[in-house]
Design a protein around this ligand. Structure first.
Ligand code: NDP
Ligand code: MG
Length: 381
């Protein structure tokens, strides 16, 4: 029985993780969970899965929850609460499905506690990949990717000699606006941006897909997870989201992982690794039905956020912390209706160009740069 601490239980990845747990009750159990503000959803999860420890984002949310929680469930809140869930003694596996760099401290705490990590929370790796991977190496902790592209690469590399991998190729659907020119992006609405052609996901990552920043964050995520230089990570537009990513080897052989777009596949693989389990209710890939698959080179002038991400990644240090924090804030401002879609990238560009990079920053520096960048983006508006 694998006992799981789930951070971000009420979110899109969190709920799909619970689906996987529910369909394999003999194999997985929910030991502890953390959520943000969604009390109704948290209560439903508590009653169904009976975790022993629950963390809410704030004291107010904690108070609202407390009266309805069955006896025997401990409820905590805030930064310390999140760390308590990430290091909970009863759990042997932590699945981090939090949104944003708020997941950094709890990730480091889980690693220090020796927990195996299932990892969806890419912003944490973008903001401080060097701290997370160094801590994981030191403690001998495995980080198992949940992001579909990274899960695909992880599966392609399994059993291979890592130094034989010449190139990682991340596929990208292109997001909601893939068929629009830059001119046609003027004045697009939040609702249009949230209408992703292939995947149903949380709001922030859906906007990131439309700006292509999601792929930029994933390039940086791949750099850290697979210890691969940026020059050997490519992005390939692939509108069907059937080929989830590819690895090219030194002998020119290419391996890919394919399947219908369903996040429960990489989530379950991280949970069941190194084994595979049946996936209840999942659609099988029938290539004869799909017929044609499309691939295109990615235009960096069309998708400027992708160019920013490569640049920040190559600069290293706090550059990626700024990239991530500016993006998180700008996307929130767009979702609130306070800025236009194209202003997301201009905000990120401004934040990056004014920043003086610090190399090999410690946790304090990262937290300070993250906060300062967010303040900057808010005042620019
Ligand atoms: P959602 O917005 O759907 O969910 C985010 C979760 O985090 C919610 O449970 C939310 O709680 C919780 N949360 C947010 N802030 C805090 C906080 N300060 N303290 C505690 N909990 C908090 O996001 P997604 O599930 O879409 O994405 C999660 C991560 O997974 C992201 O990093 C994303 O990039 C990555 N990812 C997502 C994919 C997807 O298909 N959705 C695919 C690949 C990667 P509440 O809602 O209760 O406020
Ligand atoms: Mg992805």
């Amino acid at each position: 029985m694998k006992k799981i601490s789930l951070l971000g239980a009420t979110g899109s990845i969190g709920r799909q993780t619970l689906d996987v747990i529910a369909s394999h009750r003999e194999t997985f159990a929910l030991a502890a969970m953390a959520f943000g503000k969604n009390v109704a959803s948290a209560l439903e999860i508590i009653h169904t899965f009976q975790p022993k420890l629950v963390c809410a984002e704030t004291k107010e949310v904690h108070d609202a929850l407390l009266a309805h929680v069955p006896a025997g469930v401990k409820v905590v809140f805030g930064r310390e609460g999140l760390i308590e869930v990430a290091t909970f003694d009863d759990a042997d596996f932590v699945l981090n499905a939090l949104l944003g760099s708020v997941g950094l401290e709890s990730t480091l705490a889980a690693i220090e506690a020796g927990k195996t990590l299932g990892f969806a929370n890419k912003e944490t790796l973008v903001t401080a990949g060097h701290l997370v991977t160094a801590a994981a190496d030191r403690r001998g902790v495995a980080i198992l990717p949940v992001d579909s592209e990274h899960s695909a690469i992880f599966q392609c590399l399994r059993g291979e000699n890592k130094r034989d991998a010449a190139k990682l190729i991340l596929t990208a659907s292109g997001g909601s606006f893939r068929d629009k020119t830059r001119e046609q992006l003027q004045g697009v609405t939040v609702d249009e941006a949230l209408n992703h052609p292939n995947w149903s996901m949380g709001a922030k990552i859906t906007i990131d897909s439309a700006t292509m920043m999601n792929k930029g964050l994933e390039v940086i995520e791949a750099h850290w997870l697979f210890n691969m230089p940026y020059e050997r990570i490519d992005v390939l537009l692939h509108r069907e989201s059937i080929v989830h990513s590819l690895v090219e080897f030194t002998d020119t052989s290419v391996l890919a992982q394919l399947g219908m777009p369903d996040m429960r596949v990489p989530i379950q693989y991280a949970l069941s690794y190194p084994n595979r389990l049946e996936l209840n209710g999942a659609k099988r890939l029938n290539l004869w039905e799909t017929g044609t698959l499309h691939f295109e080179k990615c235009d960096f002038r069309r998708f400027r956020c992708l160019a920013f991400a490569y640049e920040a990644g190559k600069t290293g240090g706090t550059a990626t912390t700024v990239l991530n924090a500016a993006n998180e804030e700008a996307v929130q401002l767009f979702l609130n209706g306070q800025i236009e879609f194209l202003q997301i990238e201009s905000m990120i560009e401004k934040a990056l160009s004014r920043h003086e990079t610090v190399q090999r920053p410690d946790l304090e520096t990262i937290v300070a740069v993250d906060r300062e960048t967010r303040d900057f983006v808010r005042t620019v508006v």
